[in-house]
Design a binder for this molecule. Structure first.
Ligand code: AMP
Length: 497
């Protein structure tokens, strides 16, 4: 609840005065509230007073009271609505609350019989000589597509593929996707070849559709407006359909025509099953985790995960930091790191985060030892040394065996584990031990295990532990932004329940 308030205050500019207006509690009553002891006469309002009392207390003293309200957001919202005459404020609250409670309308909440349904999918698959080399994203899109076909919708699929930079590039055409999707679905997916994406060919193909038919539009990034969220292309996409479904989590952190702009011109905009699953797993893990909650961060740079570290320290019981980013922490503590990756601009930040962890009582685990190499290649000379004892000319490329045990033990009794970023240069087999040990530990724990997209997902799959995880996100950047606590425009644009 406290985080919700901070977001409202920081990102939406909600003022305490708004709360006073919305709830009808006078400002003086509000400010007399201290440490949760104040009881408003109207008991139902106490929930609201408590809720914002936390924030007022925080603003006054800079200290967050040591309790967390786990009241059900819906009750809270009902009270705000009941008490407030300020509809604009209520709507703002409603929009924001529903975002945090994953309360978006989904394909289960609409009737698409006989309707034209535009579905934004993530068909951004790797291609080699026109062949799809990893079809996970196609398979992941099938449940929503099948549901819409079964319900009698006219299903118009769209997606981007690669970076054609606003012009038609035959090697980035979605034609091979239409072919493979037809095989996977067991019914024809007609490809609406059209360099304008929504040009005469696409419009004619849509006009001929019967209930239960499926077509796929050309790569949305053939149009330069797509990534600029331009109005023209958004309107053109919207003109094809009666209903819009967003099932592309991988692009949810971007506001583009085909996932955000189009919703301005379509009344019904909902999320698909894949998107819903991502929001449920990541949202629940971060905002409502079963504890102990352990987060594991790795990867190359501290700077790309600054906000993630900061945000997660407010939520986790244990934060594990491995991978290339751990050497910045090691150096900040006065260690020798040889030629290991390091961001000198973030040494102070690393110390600040260690202090924050200590202040909050969060266990922060850093590597105890490292596998190091004398050059950046798989067959360099290798040795294991203690953290902070890396000789000149050597580079930390993986965590060492003691650290594997430390990290593995830390997830044993966890109830929720979120992992983003490899523990070392896992692409080189000699430096994949640490990442594999963590993957194995996650595979063996009873906790809910959630793997961020991108490199961590690739590592888990390559190492053969994919099917042992509770959820592997399909979005790299999007899952990272979720962990940062940011609002994802692609999710926000869908209708609230
Ligand atoms: P990121 O995109 O930040 O999650 O970083 C993933 C990349 O970090 C992978 O390609 C890893 O090879 C790389 N990485 C992890 N640990 C190290 C390390 N100790 N030194 C250099 N690169 C690393």
């Amino acid at each position: 609840m406290y985080e919700i308030y901070c977001k409202l205050r920081d990102e939406k500019g909600v003022k305490d005065a708004d709360v006073v207006r919305a709830t009808g509690i006078t400002k003086s009553t509000f400010s007399s509230w201290k440490n949760g002891k104040y009881t408003p006469k109207n008991e139902k309002l106490q929930k609201i007073a408590n809720y914002f009392g936390v924030s007022l207390e925080y603003l006054r003293t800079g200290n967050v009271p040591d309790f967390i309200y786990s009241d059900d957001n819906v009750d809270f919202l009902i009270e705000v609505q009941r008490c407030s005459k300020d509809t604009e404020f209520v709507n703002r609250m409603k929009k924001y609350m529903s975002l945090l409670t994953n309360d978006k309308k989904s394909v289960d909440d609409i009737n698409v019989k006989g309707k034209k349904v535009l579905v934004r999918c993530d068909f951004n698959v790797p291609l080699q000589d026109g062949k799809i080399t990893d079809e996970n994203r196609l398979v992941a899109a099938l449940p929503t597509i099948k549901k819409l076909i079964a319900d009698g919708g006219k299903v118009i699929l769209c997606s981007h593929l690669g970076k054609p930079k606003g012009e038609p590039k035959p090697e980035l055409s979605l034609a091979p996707v239409a072919k493979r999707l037809s095989e996977l679905l067991g019914q024809e997916v007609k490809f609406a070849a059209d360099p304008e994406v929504v040009g005469p060919n696409a419009k004619a193909a849509v006009a001929e559709m019967k209930d239960g038919d499926v077509i796929l539009l050309e790569n949305t990034r053939y149009r330069a407006e797509e990534t600029k969220n331009g109005d023209e292309f958004s309107k053109e996409l919207a003109s094809l359909c009666d209903v819009f479904v967003n099932d592309a989590f991988g692009t949810a952190h971007r506001a583009h025509c085909s996932n955000v702009g189009v919703t301005k011109y379509v009344d019904t905009a909902v999320v698909g099953y894949l998107m819903q699953k991502e929001i449920d797993f990541l949202g629940n893990a971060v905002n409502n985790p079963e504890r102990p909650f352990v987060a594991i961060l790795g990867g190359a740079k501290v700077s790309s995960k600054i906000s993630v570290i900061n945000n997660l320290l407010d939520k986790v019981d244990t934060l594990i930091i491995g991978g290339g980013m751990s050497y910045t922490f090691s150096k900040a503590m006065g260690g020798h790191i040889g030629t290991s990756l390091c961001e000198d601009d973030y040494l102070q930040y690393a110390l600040d985060m260690m202090k924050k962890a200590e202040d909050k009582g969060v266990k922060l685990l850093l590597p105890l030892d490292n596998r190091i190499g004398d050059n950046f290649s798989n067959d360099c000379n290798i040795q294991v040394v203690k953290r902070g004892e890396i000789p000149d000319g050597w580079e930390g490329m993986d965590i060492g065996p003691e650290t594997e045990k430390l990290f593995g033990d830390a997830v044993k009794d966890a109830k929720t584990v979120v992992w983003n970023g490899p523990m070392g240069c896992f692409e080189m087999p000699n430096f994949a031990h640490g990442t594999e040990a963590v993957a194995k530990a996650l595979a063996e724990t009873d906790a809910t295990t959630i793997i961020g997209g991108g490199d961590s997902a690739a590592a888990v799959n390559i190492l053969g532990y994919g099917d042992k995880m509770t959820h592997i996100s399909t979005g790299g950047g999007a899952s990272l932004e979720f962990l940062e606590g940011k609002e994802l425009p692609g999710v926000a644009a869908a209708n609230d329940k």
